[in-house]
Design a protein around this ligand. Structure first.
Ligand SMILES: Nc1nc2c(ncn2[C@@H]2O[C@H](COP(=O)(O)OP(=O)(O)OP(=O)(O)O)[C@@H](O)[C@H]2O)c(=O)[nH]1
Length: 770
């Protein structure tokens, strides 16, 4: 049983070698406010002057103190040569940070503690969390493991930081929070217990007071007539482990170098001679405290050992697993290099393919990744980008009019020419190029991202190999980016190279006209309604009516007039051009006129035969476009209307034409702002034709670009990645370089290996002891 404390000391030693605090080993933690007498208690237990003493704060680093009783043979393995020599060994001390040095002079021990404290915590009054490990071998001590902590301070002194109180409290809490710590709460008897910092802290972490043992110091300094019997007998403040009263050396005793043995004697005399404590003297004093602590610690260890063993078992499992994750260094040897390279390379390639296909085992449930992101790019990003393009983007009235004029050449504009539509729609199709190329880029960027996430933990071990794999796949992707972008660019060029007005979905001239007519009629009706309302208002106001003739005088021509004009022209063209399927008669094409003017045949019957249908794809004319020829039959009225559209008004009116001025105004927007009704109609017509054709092209681009990206970029790289990697990297001369392990990883593996050894060692120690 008495071997249990050395056992924990052994475990502590083992864990100290790797600085691991994963196992919460049973230990006694000494807690108290500054100058409450903590160090004095420890010194009395050890029966040696070995701790720093000064006016201010002395303990500035945790001191883990292992007391080893040499009388019963509890020597450290390093120093124990034979059992017979044990009793002859003088008391000595060893520091963990000075493994090869033994201290026989305890003044030197104190100096070393001071120097080591200053080395880490500095020369001022600051504190540090790094513990000092000290082992004392003596025949006068009982086996114990105690931790002396800095005392709780309230006000910073000297160079102490302003939050010194918080720092100290946190440090103390770190130690006493561990469930396997027994709290030795030191309180000076000459201060009211209600103000005891140590008991307050202990209660925070041990509210049931199960693992707190109280120590009352300075009982000799209590006011005359007062005593702490209530506390010591457990009536004032109940603790399961009880209170023990001690009397340490006073400052004067220390200064006078009062020997420990004498201090012991004085303490015993104090309790035995004190009227209040005489009855409990056998349960007071440092000697009794040391014995009690020894028993408490042993019982505590005995209780906790099965848990510690179980914890060690699981730690061994975890650490073993972690060690495996760093890879086995033996497999990088010459005999295995080739197969290792091939295995990692194949894993990388299959990760890449799996990420694209969405079959990866590490698929995220938090965000879109891999192939799903490519799908998202196609359907959402690219789709939305295409949808946002306005078919008539940057297309002003002026552009349309200029295009119409330019496309008629030196001749006056008679019809809305196909060439103008062609001229105008091509640059609009070009607007689809930029989002399409961006779609290629985005898919490319996604593939690059995918390749960066491939390889997993196995490859983290070989950073150079990983980087090389990424480089090769990135090169492959970059190679494919050019051809894919070129192809997509040519898809747009293909669309622009031939404007297929025969496309079944194209609205055509007839459709556009009908739509326009519907809109204009709607507008007209609205205008009529407004006029009627205003007429009523005027009549009511006693004013003249706004007759239709008046309106025409004011230059307001009904829209249908212009439509009729266009239709009449179309009839005339029909006459002149005589498509083979049309009947050859002298007058205008009545069917067309009637259809545009809302004939009972409806817009879908005769309207297809208007001149616009002819140009922009009326079903009958699409296949057999007639040759233009001058018709000898031109009814006067039609001729005049057409003439009016062809000839500038000034010429008709006989006014002299100022050519220079007209030339200046050719590109003047003002000219376009005063469009006549027919010109307005033409512009609107062109716009709706462009929109219709653009929408057809957009739909087809939206369909073709993702297909091209999948075929030329995604599927290509997916299928060729493995071959490319093997061809580029599976080369004997590269193996050494590729299999260079990461330095950090090697260090981590070594640390992990050491940890595993420690856990295994600790497990064996416990197994042997139990
Ligand atoms: N008379 C008397 N003086 C004591 C007793 N215990 C401690 N002292 C004195 O109180 C002062 C502080 O004691 P320490 O043991 O240094 O107190 P500490 O809690 O370790 O102090 P820090 O480590 O600085 O927090 C010293 O001068 C001791 O001599 C006691 O039981 N009786």
């Amino acid at each position: 049983m008495n071997d249990l404390i050395p056992l924990v000391n052994k475990l502590q030693d083992v864990f100290n070698t790797i600085g691991s605090d994963q196992i919460d080993l049973p230990q006694i933690v000494v807690v108290g406010s500054q100058s409450s007498g903590k160090s004095s208690v420890l010194e009395t237990i050890v029966q040696k002057d070995f701790l720093p003493r000064s006016a201010g704060i002395c303990t500035r680093r945790p001191l883990v103190l292992q007391l080893v009783n040499t009388h019963i043979g509890n020597m450290s393995p390093s120093s124990a040569s034979s059992d017979s020599s044990l009793n002859e060994t003088p008391d000595r001390a060893e520091f963990l940070h000075l493994p090869n040095k033994q201290f026989f002079d305890f003044v030197e021990v104190r100096k070393e503690i001071e120097a080591e404290t200053a080395r880490v915590a500095g020369q001022n009054k600051a504190i540090s969390r790094t513990p000092i490990h000290l082992k004392i071998f003596s025949k006068n001590v009982l086996n114990l493991t105690l931790v002396d902590l800095p005392g709780v301070t309230k006000i910073p002194v000297g160079d102490q930081p302003t939050d010194i109180e918080k720092q100290t409290r946190n440090l103390i809490l770190d130690y006493i929070l561990k469930p396997n710590s027994v709290i030795l709460a030191v309180s000076p008897a000459n201060v009211d217990l209600a103000n005891s910092d140590s008991l307050k802290l202990a209660r925070q972490v041990d509210p049931e007071a199960k693992r707190t043992i109280g120590v009352l110091t300075k009982l000799d300094l209590m006011d005359a007539g007062t005593n702490s019997l209530d506390i010591l007998s457990g009536r004032a403040y109940p603790l399961k482990l009880g209170f023990i009263g001690v009397v340490n050396r006073s400052q004067a005793d220390i200064q006078n170098n009062k020997p420990m043995a004498e201090a012991f004697k004085s303490e015993t005399e104090f309790f035995q001679g004190h009227p209040a404590y005489r009855a409990i003297a056998h349960r007071c004093g440092t000697n009794f405290l040391a014995k009690t602590l020894n028993t408490i610690l042993m019982n505590h260890i005995r209780d906790k050992l099965p848990d510690i063993k179980a914890k060690l078992n699981s730690l061994i499992g975890q650490t073993h697993q972690e060690l495996q994750s760093y890879g086995d260094p033996t497999f990088t040897g010459k005999a295995h290099r080739g197969s290792l390279i091939l295995q990692l390379l194949t894993k990388f390639a299959s990760d890449f393919v799996a990420a694209i296909d969405g079959t990866s085992s590490e698929i995220s449930t938090k965000e879109l990744c891999g192939g799903a992101r490519i799908y998202y790019i196609f359907n959402n990003v690219f789709g939305a980008a295409l949808e946002s393009v306005n078919p008539c983007e940057n297309l002003t009235v002026q552009d349309i009019r200029t295009a119409i004029r330019n496309s008629t050449g030196p001749r006056p504009s008679l019809f809305v020419p196909e060439i103008a539509f062609d001229l105008l729609v091509k640059p609009q199709i070009k607007l689809l190029e930029s989002p399409s190329l961006r779609c290629v880029e985005l898919a490319y960027e996604e593939l690059v991202k995918i390749c960066h996430s491939c390889g997993g933990k196995d490859l983290a071990r070989f950073p150079r190999f990983h980087a090389k794999l990424i480089e090769v796949v990135s090169d492959l992707l970059r190679e494919r980016l050019g051809p894919t972008s070129d192809y997509v660019e040519s898809l747009i060029s293909i669309q622009r190279s031939y404007i297929n007005t025969n496309h079944p979905d194209f609205i055509g001239g007839g459709g556009a006209m009908s739509a326009l007519e519907r809109t204009s009629q709607k507008k007209k009706k609205e205008m009529e309604r407004t006029r009627r309302l205003s007429t009523v208002n005027m009549v009511l106001a006693g004013n003249g009516a706004d007759s239709p003739s008046n309106r025409e005088e004011n230059g307001e021509k009904p829209l249908t007039n212009a439509m009729s004009t266009l239709t009449v022209q179309s009839a005339e063209r029909g006459e002149r051009e005589k498509p083979s399927h049309m009947t050859h008669h002298g007058g205008p094409n009545n069917a067309s006129i009637s259809s545009l003017n809302g004939s009972p045949h409806g817009p879908n019957s005769g309207s297809k035969d208007t001149f616009l249908n002819y140009f922009f794809g009326g079903p009958q004319q699409r296949m057999d476009r007639p040759i233009l020829q001058e018709s000898p039959h031109r009814p006067g009225n039609v001729h005049n209307v057409a003439k009016e559209m062809v000839m500038p008004k000034t010429v008709l009116d006989g006014e002299p034409l100022d050519f220079d001025r007209k030339l200046d105004h050719m590109t003047d927007t003002e000219e376009f702002s005063n469009l006549n009704e027919r010109e307005d109609m033409e512009t609107q017509l062109i716009r709706s034709l462009i929109t219709s054709y653009f929408n057809i092209t957009r739909k087809s681009i939206q369909d073709l670009v993702p297909k091209a990206v999948m075929h030329l970029l995604v599927n290509y790289s997916r299928e060729s990645v493995q071959n490319r990697l093997v061809a580029t990297l599976y080369k004997e001369e590269l193996f050494n370089d590729l299999l260079q392990e990461d330095d950090n990883l090697c260090a981590e593996r070594a640390k992990c290996k050491a940890m595993l050894d420690v856990f295994k060692n600790a497990f064996t120690i416990i197994n042997e002891a139990m």
